[in-house]
Structure formats: structure tokens, C-alpha cells
Design a protein around this ligand. Sequence first.
Ligand code: ZN
Length: 273
Amino acid sequence: MSETLAHPAYGRVRQVTGQAAVLLADNPGPMTLDGTNTWLLRDRPDRGEAVVIDPGPDDVAHLDRIVAAAGRVTEILLTHHHRDHSAGAKSLHERTGAPVRALDPKQRLGSEGFGDGDVVESAGVVVRTWWTPGHSSDSLSFLLDDGGPGAVLTGDTVLGRGTTVIVHPDGDLGDYLDSLRRLQRLGACAVLPGHGPELPDAAAAAEHYLAHRAERLDQVRAALAELGLRPIQKSAPAIVDAVYGDVNRKVRRAARKSVQAQLMYLKRAGRRP
Ligand SMILES: [Zn+2]
């Protein structure tokens, strides 16, 4: 390759590993960082066909670029149902005829049951599906076995920078911590996230996220104690003020959902013998 592109690179195909290239959608925002990463998987860049992970928004220019870069689209896989990842799936399916596979049956097109442990072999790559709920109940990660250290496509379960939101009540913090522990066992394989730049080491990223979650839970516990509140949903607004007082209004709604998820987690933890 004559040049090396760094994230973010809008409108350009950026080869990240031997088998994975990314097209960044032009939909930046407080929840999408620089935009949604659409991943193209194939055993070599000149293969003329590719598996597409997360078509992103229903944006004609972005979908045109996906089709131009992929050649033939053999499969469309979704990490989860959130619109910034899935909205373009129907249009891409109609243009290419490729099946849309997702854990959520409502997202599937031209495909049937799909979930944990399923393997997709296509465009010269082997993609193994892991159910990693927490950010949403239908969050999947995809393991790419490239004969080397491999890579994992994490959707919004692990992002390239910052931390993710547990979208209560669909998302669940207990599930999320379990999913992070599962990703931690992958060791030093690359993380190819749904937003933000790639990361070199899945275990290190998962550890960082686990430490951040533990810290936030400690802050929530301390705020509850200080304010004399119980871990119930009614306590959420006061806890958001106490723990996330510094976030701007745009992310405040997300902070409230995260706090609600944490209160639910602490309430359940309190009930355990
Ligand atoms: Zn997202």
C-alpha cells in the first residue's frame, strides 16, 4: 500500500489487518464518536467479495462506498439492533441480495436463527459469533480467526475510545461485566470496534473497561450512602447529579440510563445471599 491511513478517514477504505478493512460512516455524534465503523472482511483485499459487519446508517453515499469496496457482498452481519449500526442493512440487502444475520429476529433478512457459537465461512474468512450482551441484550461480537493473533469485532461492547453506555433496561450491567470477562480471555488479539480506532489488545481493553465499571460502581455506592438513598430507580436523578455532574446535556440521557443499570445491578447484588 502506498499510504497508511489513520482513524478517522471518511470515505476511504482503510485496511486494518490482513483480513479486515474499515469504512467510516459520516455520522459523527456524542454517541457515535467519529461515526460508525463498517467492517469489510475477506482473506485478501483483492478478493472481489466481502462479508460486511454493520452497514451503519441508511446513507446512500456510505452504502455506495461499501458496495464499491466490497465487490460482491456475501453476508451482512449485525453486532446489535441500534440504528447507527443496522439502519442501512435493509437497503444493502435489497441492493446485493446478501442475507442479514443478527441475534434479534426482527433484524434478520433472508436468514434464520443466528447467535452464540455460529460460524460464518465466506469470502475466505472464518467468523465465529459470540453473544456478548450488556450494552444491549442482542449484542454480538465476531471473532476473526486469521491464523495469527486474530481479531474481535466488538460493536459497541468495547469502543476504540471512551467507554460504552449500558442502555437500561435492554442493556444489563451484570451481563456486561460477564461479557467483558469473556473478552478478557481472548488475550492480545486486535479489537475492531463499532466506533473509534482499533485497539491492539482485547484483554487489556476489557481490563480497562472492567476497572472503569468498578470505579463507577464505587462512586454510585458512595453517593447512595452519602445521600441516604437506596439502589432503586427513583434515586437515579440524584445519583446522575452526584456522579455524572460534569457531563454535558447531550450525554446526560445516556448517563441516566447507565445509572439506572448500575442501580439495578446494586439492587440485585444486595439481594444475593
Ligand atoms: Zn453504536
